[in-house]
Design a protein around this ligand. Sequence first.
Ligand SMILES: [Zn+2]
Length: 271
Amino acid sequence: MFSCVSLGDSQNICVLQLAQQLTPLDVFLGLMAAAAHDVDHPGVNQPFLIKTRHHLASLYQNTSVLESHHWRSTVGMLRESGLLSHLSADISLDIEQQLGSLILATDINRQNEFLMTLREHLDNQDMDLQLVAHRHFILQIALKCADVCNPCRDWKLSRQWSERVCEEFYRQGDLEKKFDLEISPLCDQQTDSIPAIQIGFISYIVEPLFEEWQRFTAPSMLSQIMMGHLHKNKACWSRLRYVHTAAETKTHLHPGDPELEEGHKEAEDIP
Ligand SMILES: [Zn+2]
């Protein structure tokens, strides 16, 4: 992984490895946050917890409810396991706080805030990984990238996870319907198709973030591969959406129409 690093008199050198800039503590925090960032996820989103007056929503005052729960559950496990018990109370507390700051950064409601700051640093070329605060910020960005990176993986694998997450959304939608609540966006199996959900997710969340990540990494071979998958997967979902819409409306195409038949065949094993 390569990065643009501002050194002393503002010379930018894009060949230093990010991994070499991180301290062992940074690496530990990054791995720990990645492993723990979704601990005890209930499989429903924050608006659902708020409208059903779930105790977690009131505990965390309707703000970053899930992320706060993932973090505090992790802290509970850390304390119970005694994993950090060889460290002083000060250091343990600092680790807990840093874990919190990393995990809370995965709140998708704060996406723009992080994206703007990253863009600003890259435009000004003032990222200095010698600074603790800048390294922490890059760990937050790396975790956010890892959290939403599914569309950057090989189609076959990526598609499976996309379908699973949509099943989770639909389960929430079914629950909302059952309890006569308004169905949340993306959760209505009747109107929100998997391809449409994925194209929105890629266009508004994943692509803008990974474009900046690629810029930050100079770009690295890995980020180029990930962007390659991202563009290919987006095209696959677009084709599937076309087939889906055509099959639904049947306005332009009819069953037996060679174009639709071809689309169905393709949909089986895209790309
Ligand atoms: Zn996650």
